[in-house]
Design a protein around this ligand. Structure first.
Ligand SMILES: Nc1ncnc2c1ncn2[C@@H]1O[C@H](COP(=O)(O)OP(=O)(O)OP(=O)(O)O)[C@@H](O)[C@H]1O
Ligand SMILES: [Mg+2]
Length: 499
């Protein structure tokens, strides 16, 4: 290894100031790995260079110097200029290549060597998921698979390579663990092309009954009378979309007992509800023939059974006809239940849900339904699901006002117990709800959109002296890797492998 400097006075077990040899000023780079060979203590420290500074003992920035009066002097005596840096100590290298925490300051005057290739140090890190290697030394820094259920954030300005990093991670998880990976592809352009035969389109996914009801109620907006719509939907589903069948069921009680004995259409409706409760709604939904006109006919019968005014069904039918046509058309295409979707995930181990085919509101509700179903499974079986859930453009799903924030918060808080980990990919971590942010234990971050983002990360992570200045210098595919999943327990700069 090439010696590049010596430890200066004032070192601590965590930071050693160094002076760089004159002829090595071009070799010393921010974020380079170095080894401090402390012969006095017989210890080798592994560290990273941060905060390189050029100094001139004769040219204080705020004292008048003779150079100002004699510019010729600036050209002479350049050899008095010198470079300093700080070595952030990562640990002490043991004989067997493992690292132990540093507990003593390196002795001043110890020599500092540049690590230029993995063979320079026989570093043995625990096996894990390799998404990239240290920028200058090429040493692979594997993410510990044990950190998956403690959640991962991938943050950076647009174009820094976040989605590619997530793909590298997904491939590693599939190749080296027994975990499954469920991806929510916000744009439909980032993940689907990499797993073309493992993708489903959100507009094929059947919403659940509650979602359909909410959507229709939203269209009709008759706050007080939503019961008509609710019973109509249930009756329509039970009868598979056949208005004749609904009519006959509504009259079943009358037929059985006769009106004089108290048989009513309303009683028939109760029968429909009990029948619905005893069926599997997901199965029932798959056999419904969605037709707006027929739905309107059922609505008229149901409203009559409930004793509505004569004008009421007409009002509903007009509103539905003018505003719900597109929704009914889309329901016709939807044949994949959430249960079947998870079945595919079980079989294939990776599934990409292309959310770009539905509007924003529905994207959150699909994520909610799918992740909610995974939680149902956990609640029923009380066994781990070992699943990584990747959410790209996650600020649309994990923000305080987002429709899916509750289920993401639950996953962030409780997922660790059940092998359910999140990978949240976003340009803006400030938009995540506090609960979500507080539970992300590993971060990959690159150039950030706003300085506020770094302050937020600082609140949640030990940044090891990384500043806005360092981050501003990062290029595409360069990320700091920090937090629980990093085996060095100290943030380091990696270059993501080619995806
Ligand atoms: N690991 C990589 N391997 C190959 N190319 C990469 C890699 N990372 C980034 N790139 C290049 O940079 C471009 C942007 O990467 P990516 O789409 O991952 O960025 P992003 O941070 O997700 O951006 P956005 O915020 O706009 O979604 C890619 O189209 C690709 O050309
Ligand atoms: Mg992206």
């Amino acid at each position: 290894m090439k010696p590049i400097g010596v430890v200066a006075s004032g070192s601590s077990a965590a930071i050693a100031p160094i002076q760089v040899y004159k002829q090595c000023e071009l070799d010393a780079k921010e974020e380079a790995f170095v080894v401090v060979k402390d012969e006095a203590k017989n210890l080798n420290y592994l560290g990273v260079l941060r905060n390189l500074r050029m100094q001139d003992p004769l040219l204080s920035p705020n004292l008048r110097s003779s150079v100002v009066d004699n510019p010729g002097l600036a050209r002479m005596g350049r050899e008095v200029v010198f470079e300093t840096s700080a070595v952030r100590i990562i640990g002490v290298l043991r004989e067997d290549g493992s690292l132990e925490p540093s507990t003593q300051p390196p002795t001043p005057r110890s020599e500092v060597y540049l690590v230029e290739s993995p063979s320079d140090v026989n570093l043995k890190l625990e096996k894990g998921l390799v998404v990239g290697s240290h920028k200058y030394s090429g040493i692979e820094i594997p993410l510990s698979p044990k950190s998956l259920p403690y959640h991962i954030g991938i943050v950076g300005a647009t174009g820094t390579g976040k989605s590619r990093l997530a793909i590298a991670l997904i491939k590693e998880v599939l190749a080296n663990t027994d975990w499954k990976v469920l991806v929510f592809d916000h744009s439909g352009l980032d993940y689907k092309p990499y797993f073309p035969d493992k993708a489903v389109s959100a507009d094929e996914v059947l919403p659940d009954v509650e979602d359909i009801y909410n959507h229709l109620a939203n269209i009709v907006k008759e706050r007080e009378e939503d019961a008509y719509l609710f019973y109509t939907l249930i009756a329509y589903i039970v009868a598979g979309g056949d208005p004749g069948a609904v009519k006959s069921r509504l009259q079943s009680e009358v037929r059985q007992f006769g009106r004089r004995e108290g048989g009513t259409d309303e009683g028939g409706l109760e029968g429909i509800i009990s029948e619905f409760l005893s069926t599997n709604p997901e199965e029932a939904l798959k056999h419904v023939n969605w037709d707006l006109a027929k739905f309107g006919e059922v609505l008229s019968s149901v409203a009559k059974a409930l004793g509505a005014k004569k004008t009421t069904p007409a009002k509903y039918r007009v509103k539905l006809a003018s505003k719900a046509r597109g929704f009914f058309e889309s329901l016709k295409r939807r044949r994949l239940s959430v249960g079947e979707l998870l079945g595919r995930l079980d079989k294939e181990r990776v599934l990409v849900v292309d959310l770009s085919t539905v509007d924003y509101e529905e994207r959150a509700s699909i994520l909610n339904a799918v992740l909610g179903r995974l939680w149902d499974r956990i609640d029923e079986t009380k066994t781990p699901v070992n699943t990584l859930v990747v959410v790209d453009e996650a600020h649309n799903y994990a923000c305080r006002e987002c429709g899916s924030v509750d289920i993401i918060e639950r996953t962030a808080r409780e997922g660790r117990k059940w092998g359910l980990g999140l990978v949240l990919v976003s340009q803006r971590v400030v938009d995540f709800s506090t609960w979500v942010r507080n539970n992300i234990n590993t971060y990959f971050f690159s150039r950030l959109q706003t300085p506020g983002d770094l302050q937020n990360l600082q609140g949640d992570l030990d940044l090891g002296g990384i500043t806005q200045e360092n981050i501003a210098l990062l290029r595409e595919r360069e990320f700091y890797f920090a937090g629980l999943g990093n085996p060095l327990r100290h943030p380091v700069l990696i270059k993501v492998k080619t995806v």
